[in-house]
Design a protein around this ligand. Structure first.
Ligand code: HEM
Length: 325
């Protein structure tokens, strides 16, 4: 289960495996290190309490294809519009994602895991992120604001039924109860967005900036009513509003769990992160947004990757053992 609310601090490291490196033993070792780090029994924590530390490990499409090209997670992400992605910031074999409320725990855990992997992996890119204060959305659900001032992370799979349907992989056996992660680092044009009136900013998203309530009314937890119109026949949620273009019913896909982090390096923006059990939930949504979503003109994507998040593990069932020997 993912901790709710998400921890304030994040670091993701994306790396490649060296040519002759066997993924199985490497993953098992990393998993073992994650167990001692999260338990607080690892000397490499230098005495720091791990608190709510979580480490999420994912394997990239190239490694999944070596097992079976028909497995979920075997497909690379295609290119989309408004990308400016350096070759080393596209794709990758290994995701190490570290989240913790204590900002100091994050780099210490990263150093320990990278030391564990040693020269078996070659780092491609890394990204730190932060989340602002949480705003209550519904019973047991909060979401932070992003750098455009809007509450981000409201809609997603929330019930166990929705999580089973849209978030966790049901199979095949080697990947069952894992999920597919998408990472997109998106620069945001803050100065240009700030020149818009509040009403125009709200039209970009289709929600109120102060409260997160959809422009069709209700509460922050209400589903946007896409058919609602003004007396003179205009949509309350504009045709190009982000919540319309990205709406799962409009796109015809399942719900994605979005847990994005705001970033200020290398430029202000968002490390968009979504988890879903079908990569088409992401790709079809972004295809539907491309060129017609009012939000996209304020974004430039500078890193992009997808990973199979491996099923849970413990001392008896090493990380990655269902997939790699
Ligand atoms: C920097 C870029 C982005 C920003 C700042 C952003 C922000 C937001 C905000 C504020 C909302 C409304 C509140 C909520 O439901 O969380 C939202 C909704 C949503 N966004 Fe994004 N988003 C970005 C990019 C993306 C991308 C790349 C995708 C997927 C391809 C996406 C998918 C969604 C979905 C599925 C919803 C829920 C729509 C609904 O059913 O109401 N977003 N986003």
């Amino acid at each position: 289960m993912l901790p709710q609310p998400a921890q304030t601090n994040l670091l993701t490291v994306v790396a490649d495996l060296g040519d002759a490196v066997a993924a199985g033993p490497l993953l098992a070792e990393l998993g073992q290190a994650v167990l001692t780090l999260t338990a607080g029994t690892d000397a490499r924590l230098l005495g720091l309490p791990p608190g709510d530390l979580t480490v999420t490990i994912g394997v990239g499409p190239r490694l999944v294809r070596t097992i079976d090209p028909s497995l979920p997670g075997a497909a690379d992400l295609p290119q989309f519009s408004r990308e400016r992605i350096a070759p080393q910031a596209r794709g990758g074999d290994l995701l190490i994602q570290i989240c913790a409320s204590d900002a100091l725990v994050v780099p210490i855990v990263a150093a320990a895991l990278l030391d564990q992997a040693g020269d078996r992996i070659h780092e491609r890119w890394r990204q730190s992120g932060r989340r602002g204060s949480n705003v209550p959305v519904a019973q047991g659900l909060t979401a932070p604001r992003n750098l455009l001032g809007f509450i981000d992370g409201i809609v997603g799979p929330r019930t166990t039924v929705e999580e089973q349907r849209d978030l966790w992989l049901a199979g095949p056996a080697p990947v069952a109860s894992g999920t597919i992660a998408v990472l997109r680092r998106m620069e945001l044009d803050l100065p240009r967005f700030a020149t818009l009136s509040v009403a125009d900013q709200e039209a970009v998203f289709g929600r109120r900036r102060a409260t997160g309530i959809p422009l069709s009314g209700g509460t922050i937890a209400s589903d946007p009513e896409l058919g609602a119109k003004t007396p003179d026949g205009r949509y309350l949620i504009p045709a190009d509003a982000h919540v319309r273009r990205a709406h799962s019913n409009v796109v015809g896909v399942g719900l994605m769990l979005r847990r994005s982090y705001s970033i200020d390096e290398p430029a202000p923006g968002l490390l968009f992160m979504s988890f879903q059990n079908d990569i088409r939930t992401f790709t079809n949504t972004l295809t539907h947004m491309d060129n017609s979503d009012a939000l996209l003109q304020f974004t430039t994507t500078t890193a992009s990757a997808t990973f199979l998040i491996l099923p849970g593990f413990d001392e008896q069932h090493p990380l990655g053992a269902t997939l790699f020997r």
